[in-house]
Design a protein around this ligand. Structure first.
Ligand SMILES: *Cc1c(COP(=O)(O)O)cnc(C)c1O
Length: 397
C-alpha cells in the first residue's frame, strides 16, 4: 500500500502533531520469554508490564491444556457460537465459569473488550442512559456509545456527583445503567461498590462491574471485587476477562439466564464473531482450576504488592485497604514518564509509561503490575531503583 497517497496527507499531518506532543506509540517486539523475564531486542528485562498476575499463562498445566485442546478441536473454532463454533469444550468452560461466579448463566466472548460491548448494548439503547466513571476502561465508553443511550460521566469514584446527576436526570430516561471498573486499570484502586450499588438501587438503575483486573486476584476464591466487597448478588451483571489473571484469551459476561439469552439473541459482538479458539478455552479451563486449587498464588501476590508499596516508602495511612497488583507512580508530564521508563529499562526493568489518552492529561505515570511469580528480591530492587530516580511527589499514586 502506497504510503504517499494524497488521500492520506491528513494522516501524516496528524501523526506528526501527535509525535510532537510526545504521544507517539511504538510496538516493542518480545523476542523470547523466560519465566518473568522477556527479551526485547538484545535486552532481557523483568516484565512489570503484564496482566498475567498469577503467572498462569506459562504454567505447564495451562500450556498442556491449550495444546491438547488445539490438537483435539483445531486451531480455530471455525464459526460463531450460534453457527457451529460451540463445542463441548466451550460448554465446559461456560459451566465452570458460571459455577465459579455463582451465577445462573455465562456468555463467552472473544475478548473482555467485546464482552463489555455485548453486555452494555444488551442492557440499554436509545431513550436510556449509561453513567460512567471518568476512569472507566475504554471498552465501557465504547459500549455505552455503541448502545445509542445517553452517556453521562461522573468524576472518579465521586458518588455524590453521581447521586446528584441521578436525582436530576433519572426521570428523563427509561432504563439507566451505572457501569464501573471494579479495579481501575490505570490506578489500581477499587470502586466503592457497596455504596454505588445502594445508590443504583435507590434510583432503580442497573449496575455493571468490569472485573477484568480482579477475577482470580481479589475476593474469596478469587471471585473478584464484587465478591470482595459483598455485592455479588446485587449487581446486574459482571464482566470478566480470561486474558489477564486467567492467562488465556477471551471475555465473559456473568449474570442471569434471561440476560445471557438476550446476549445470545441480540448482541452483535457475540453473534457475529468467531467463537473462542479451542486453545484459549482449554487454557482458561486449566487456569480456573488452578485459581481454585492454589489460593496461595493470590495470597503471595497480595504480599508482594504490600512489600513493594512499603519499599516505595508509601506511608501506612496512605495504603489502600485492599492491595491490587496495579501500582501507579504518577509523575505528571508525558515526556518525564517516558524518560523514567527508559531509565528503568536501562536498569533491566520493563515498566510502561502510561500517557494520555489512556490517562487524563497531567497524570502520566509509570504503571507497575506485579505477578505472584516474582521474587521478593526483584521487587525490592525495583522499588530501590524507582526511589533513586526520584519520580516526584506522586509516588503514592
Ligand atoms: C483489559 C481490560 C479489558 C479488556 O479485556 P481483554 O480481554 O483484554 O479484551 C476490559 N476492561 C478492563 C478494565 C481492562 O483492563
Amino acid at each position: 500500500m502506497d504510503d504517499s497517497l494524497a488521500t492520506q496527507d491528513w494522516m501524516h499531518a496528524e501523526a506528526a502533531a501527535w509525535k510532537a506532543r510526545g504521544l507517539d506509540r511504538q510496538l516493542a517486539c518480545v523476542e523470547a520469554v523466560d519465566g518473568d523475564r522477556i527479551r526485547v531486542g538484545e535486552n532481557w528485562l523483568w516484565n512489570l508490564a503484564s496482566n498475567d498476575y498469577l503467572g498462569l499463562a506459562r504454567h505447564p498445566l495451562v500450556q498442556q491444556a491449550a495444546s491438547r485442546a488445539a490438537l483435539q478441536w483445531g486451531g480455530g473454532a471455525g464459526a460463531s457460537p450460534l453457527v457451529s463454533g460451540w463445542s463441548r469444550l466451550h460448554q465446559d468452560l461456560t459451566d465452570d465459569l458460571a459455577a465459579f461466579e455463582g451465577v445462573p448463566a455465562v456468555a463467552l466472548f472473544p475478548s473482555g473488550f467485546s464482552a463489555n460491548l455485548g453486555a452494555i448494548v444488551s442492557l440499554v439503547g436509545p431513550g436510556d442512559a449509561v453513567f460512567l466513571d471518568r476512569l472507566d476502561h475504554a471498552c465501557l465508553v465504547a459500549g455505552a456509545k455503541l448502545s445509542g443511550a445517553r452517556v453521562r460521566v461522573y468524576p472518579h469514584n465521586d458518588l455524590d456527583r453521581l447521586a446528584n446527576a441521578l436525582q436530576r436526570e433519572r426521570a428523563a430516561y427509561r432504563r439507566v445503567l451505572v457501569a464501573t471498573d471494579g479495579v481501575f486499570s490505570m490506578d489500581g484502586d477499587l470502586a466503592p461498590l457497596p455504596e454505588l450499588v445502594d445508590l443504583a438501587e435507590r434510583f432503580h438503575a442497573m449496575t455493571l462491574v468490569d472485573e477484568a483486573h480482579a477475577t482470580g486476584v481479589l475476593g474469596p476464591q478469587g471471585r473478584g471485587a464484587c465478591a470482595l466487597l459483598g455485592v455479588e448478588d446485587r449487581v446486574t451483571v459482571r464482566v470478566g476477562t480470561l486474558s489477564k489473571a486467567l492467562g488465556a484469551m477471551g471475555g465473559f459476561v456473568a449474570g442471569s439466564r434471561v440476560l445471557v439469552d438476550r446476549i445470545l439473541n441480540r448482541a452483535p459482538a457475540y453473534m457475529f464473531s468467531t467463537s473462542l479458539a479451542p486453545a484459549a478455552v482449554g487454557a482458561a479451563l486449566a487456569a480456573l482450576g488452578l485459581v481454585r486449587a492454589e489460593p496461595e498464588r493470590r495470597i503471595r501476590l497480595a504480599q508482594l504488592c504490600r512489600q513493594f508499596q512499603a519499599s516505595l516508602g508509601i506511608p501506612e495511612m496512605k495504603l489502600p485497604e485492599f492491595p491490587t497488583p496495579i501500582i501507579p507512580i504518577v509523575v505528571g508530564k508525558a515526556d518525564r514518564a517516558m524518560q523514567l521508563a527508559l531509565e528503568l529499562r536501562d536498569a533491566g526493568f520493563l515498566v510502561p509509561a502510561i500517557r494520555p489518552p489512556t490517562v487524563p492529561r497531567g497524570t502520566s505515570r509509570l504503571r507497575v503490575s506485579l505477578s505472584a511469580t516474582l521474587s521478593e528480591d526483584m521487587v525490592e530492587s525495583l522499588a530501590m531503583k524507582i526511589g533513586q530516580l526520584q519520580p516526584g511527589p506522586g509516588i503514592a499514586g
